[in-house]
Design a protein around this ligand. Structure first.
Ligand code: NDP
Length: 495
């Protein structure tokens, strides 16, 4: 048994004082680590460490913070093999995905924010009143309390921590208690690179035992949350009581709109990759494909063929395309949604089953393709977070856009067409934080990620993330040196 200290507070690993946790491998069900979870006392200790570190960290020059973050990126690159192996086992990701997407993306993000730390921007200083010079200071907020989900543990930790610390904040991050191991390695790499103790702290525990006291702690200036819309609402309500700033990255239900002049092969391949990435446990995954009627049958047939070629297998095998879901409990939830769709008349064209190949306790599920579902049904409206693509037909462009917008979510979407006018209209009219044209899924560190509607507000990645993690201060300096100023006459006219 691998007994571990699961907390990282003040620059060192330590044990929690809460209930014991067992961390399992989703592919096999084997326990890979055990340790004590965090409770309110650990949350208080982590916040105290972050508060103690804040003054020094915020006071360093952007260049000094940038140098340490560049070194952090270098340490991560050096440890990329270990990071990929840990992420793969703990989150049930095929090793190719963990290495080429999760770890590579995290290193790139770290390098991006190392550079961006020196590029914080504000309005030009100027004499707007004529008698004063106005300037803008962009200042860190203090201690950020961050909460992350289990689907991309390393990347979510990076997205939360990097812009915050680049801007001079300190962070206490609570990963999902199912998947803390790569987050702990990420924080340790930062410390090895020279980030001062307390700048990054990791609090491993359940939402109720560790997350809630973190969100409610009076010394936490802002709460940054990525997870489900239901829990996000609770977190926002708790933060509102203390007038804390909140950043919410919530669920998604991305539409994938295929117009009749699209390249059918490109669209089918894009749909399979976009729906099955991370076994569909991706907030931007393609989940609802709307295909114009002339292409519908061909698209469904080709997607089914491609799904048949997706290899499920052990996550450490480089030949494995798709790994398990995060847990058997989550698989039950996904399967329940597929079964209810089937019972209500939808056709399960492929999948909808636990595969024949699966280690005894692994949470595998077959790539699943569904047609004939009603637009207002659960499988079309609610987040599945599994390898399930629903395909529905449409007739007119206006109908496609209306269907694409017809859910509570608005995180991401894609439109497929060779007609630039159509794709431009789709990118304008679809209400989502990201619209891909003739692709679905790619992300870059330089561009923002965030939602509309019930998918939340605020941006991760890119320089836009600094808007979340900084306060704007207006400094207005008199430049006349006069004791009696013209505007005083509005209030009093004494000599
Ligand atoms: P949850 O909302 O269930 O949990 C998210 C995090 O919140 C976990 O760390 C959880 O801890 C914690 N939490 C639960 N209750 C509380 C509470 N009362 N106070 C503070 N923290 C709490 O989401 P999942 O982990 O199941 O992740 C999947 C969800 O995340 C999906 O809806 C997905 O769309 C969304 N997501 C959104 C992304 C985006 O960028 N918009 C990116 C990735 C995922 P615990 O583990 O103990 O429950």
């Amino acid at each position: 048994m691998n007994q571990q200290d699961l907390q990282f507070i003040g620059g060192a690993r330590r044990s929690g004082s809460g209930a014991p946790l067992s961390i399992t491998a989703p592919a096999t069900g084997a326990v890979i680590a055990t340790g004590a979870g965090a409770n309110a006392a650990d949350a208080a200790a982590a916040v105290a460490a972050a508060r103690d570190a804040f003054g020094d960290w915020a006071g360093r020059t952007p260049g000094a913070r940038s140098d340490l973050m560049h070194e952090w990126a270098r340490v991560l690159r050096e440890r990329s093999g270990e990071l990929a192996a840990v992420e793969s086992v703990n989150a049930g990701k095929p090793i190719r995905l963990a290495g080429e997407f999760d770890v590579a993306g995290t290193i790139d993000n770290t390098a991006f924010f190392a550079g961006a730390a020196r590029q914080l921007e504000g309005k030009a200083a100027a004499e707007y009143s004529g008698d004063h010079t106005s300037s803008i200071r962009r200042e860190p907020l203090g201690v950020i309390g961050s909460i992350a989900p289990w689907n991309y543990p390393l990347q979510m930790a990076a997205w939360k921590i990097l812009p915050a610390v680049a801007a001079g904040n300190t962070v206490v991050l609570k990963p999902s208690e199912l998947t803390p191991l790569s987050t702990l390695l990420f924080a340790e790499a930062g410390t090895a690179a020279g980030l001062p103790p307390g700048v990054i702290n990791v609090l491993t525990g359940t939402g109720v035992a560790a997350g809630q006291p973190l969100v409610e702690h009076p010394a936490v200036a802002m709460v940054s949350f990525t997870g489900s819309t239901a829990v996000g609402k609770r977190v926002a309500a708790a933060a509102a009581g203390a007038v804390k700033r909140v950043h919410l990255e919530l669920g998604g239900k991305a539409p994938f709109v295929v117009f009749d002049d699209a390249d059918p092969e490109a669209a089918a391949r894009g749909a399979v990759a976009g729906a099955l990435i991370n076994a569909g446990q991706d907030c931007t995954a393609a989940t609802r494909a709307y295909v114009q009627r002339p292409l519908f049958e061909e698209f469904v047939g080709r997607v089914a063929e491609l799904m048949d070629r997706v290899t499920l297998g052990p996550v450490e095998d480089p030949g494995t395309d798709m790994g398990p879901l995060i847990s058997r409990a989550h698989r039950e939830k996904v399967h329940g949604m597929v079964e209810r769709a089937r019972e209500s008349g939808a056709k399960v064209v492929r999948g909808g089953r636990i595969p024949a190949w699966t280690p005894a306790a692994g949470a595998y599920y077959e790539p699943t393709l569904i047609t004939g579902a009603a637009q207002d049904s659960e499988i079309v409206q609610r987040e599945i977070f599994g390898p399930v693509l629903v395909v529905l037909p449409f007739d007119t462009d206006d109908e496609a856009i209306a269907l694409a917008n017809d859910t509570d979510y608005g995180l991401a979407a894609s439109a497929w067409s060779r007609d630039v006018f159509r794709t431009q209209r789709a990118s304008r009219d679809i209400r989502a934080g990201c619209v891909w044209i003739n692709d679905h899924i790619p992300i870059v560190s330089e561009m923002p990620h965030g939602g509309y509607k019930s998918s939340g507000f605020g941006k991760d990645m890119s320089a836009y993330a600094f808007e979340e993690y900084t306060n704007i201060k207006h400094v207005m300096s008199d430049i006349t040196g006069a004791a009696r100023k013209p505007w005083h006459d509005v209030i009093f006219q004494a000599e």
